[in-house]
Design a binder for this molecule. Sequence first.
Ligand code: PCA
Length: 123
Amino acid sequence: MKTAEKLIFVYGTLKRGCSNHHFLAEQRFVGEARTAPGFRLYELGGYPGMVAKTDDPDGVTGEIWAVDPAALVRLDALEGLSEGVYRRELVPLLAPFADQRIEGYFYNRSVEHRRDLGGEWRG
Ligand code: PCA
């Protein structure tokens, strides 16, 4: 991996075939991944938000991408980090990524009254 690259876990519109995937166009696909149990997706209006949920048994399915610093800036802007919509934080993942420090975008607002999508978003 190039030194400046950072691994990111994506589970929603950034995945291959999904509406925001072009933000990862010049980036490198590393593999499919699943979080540890304790995380769940909620429907936010055409896109999902991941939140921690202690009694979740399954975790969330997604993809790992190696992104360069400029792309990461664009992703953070897309996900509204500075407005507090999402926050980028370490995600506990299952093998083969379990021992790696990989971040993903957690929804940063209430999911009360949002539909529970379980562990996978299909777009
Ligand atoms: N885009 C980011 C977070 C939620 C979304 O739709 C992603 O794909 O991981």
